[in-house]
Design a protein around this ligand. Structure first.
Ligand code: MN
Length: 208
């Protein structure tokens, strides 16, 4: 069994004009596919990793043989992060659960202040990485990671020791450069128009 790129749950053009069709085609078909191919190569090279989910792999990188650990961190992270990214976006924003709404207000005061903190996390990530909204047993926080690291990873591997991401924004240039060029801030602002809050709410409820 090898890892596969999941189909997009909507058309390539469904997130227009906020995320353009050409970006979605390159991002999903080329970038995500490359992560999956490299991850499969690493798992093939380390037989003991067979059968583990990508979440299990990135959550416990210490169990990955050292020769494959960097590849699993980068490409397993890439596969996990992008699989989530496609799902937490959508052409319809869906309904935010009252549980998530309450938790956002508790953590950030109001929705605009949450968005400002998330935006800032994406803007201040130098180089490539991700901005995240995470839940720790229901308590929400914003953070960012470099490259394809994920909050689920141990801090020594760039993560936050098991904080569970429920929303993530890819701030690699490949996620926005075709449409926004150097204007990362405009892209992050636009991203909020395509967040599928029903999916984020579902992911939040699973952390309670
Ligand atoms: Mn990406």
């Amino acid at each position: 069994m090898s890892f596969e790129v999941p189909d997009l749950p909507y058309s390539y053009s469904a997130l227009e004009p906020y995320v353009d069709e050409e970006t979605m085609r390159f991002h999903h078909d080329k970038h995500h596919t490359a992560y999956v191919n490299m991850l499969n190569g690493a798992v093939e090279a380390a037989k003991k990793l067979g059968g583990k989910s990508v979440e299990e792999l990135i959550t416990d990188l210490d169990s990955v043989p050292e020769a494959q650990r960097g590849a699993v961190r980068n490409h397993g992270g890439g596969h996990f992060n992008h699989s989530m990214f496609w799902e937490i976006m959508g052409p319809a924003s869906g309904e935010m659960s009252s549980e998530l709404n309450t938790a956002l207000l508790e953590a950030f005061g109001n929705l605009d202040d949450f968005k400002a903190e998330f935006h800032n996390a994406g803007m201040t990530r130098f180089g490539s990485g991700w901005a995240w909204l995470c839940s720790t047993k229901g308590k929400l926080s914003v953070c960012s990671t470099a490259n394809q690291d994920n909050p689920l990873m141990a801090s020594k591997y760039g993560g936050y020791d098991g904080k569970t991401p429920i929303l993530g924004c890819d701030v690699w240039e490949h996620a926005y450069y075709l449409n926004y060029q150097n204007l990362r801030g405009d892209y992050i602002t636009a991203f909020f128009n395509v967040v599928n809050w029903a999916e984020v709410s579902k992911r939040y409820s699973e952390t309670l």
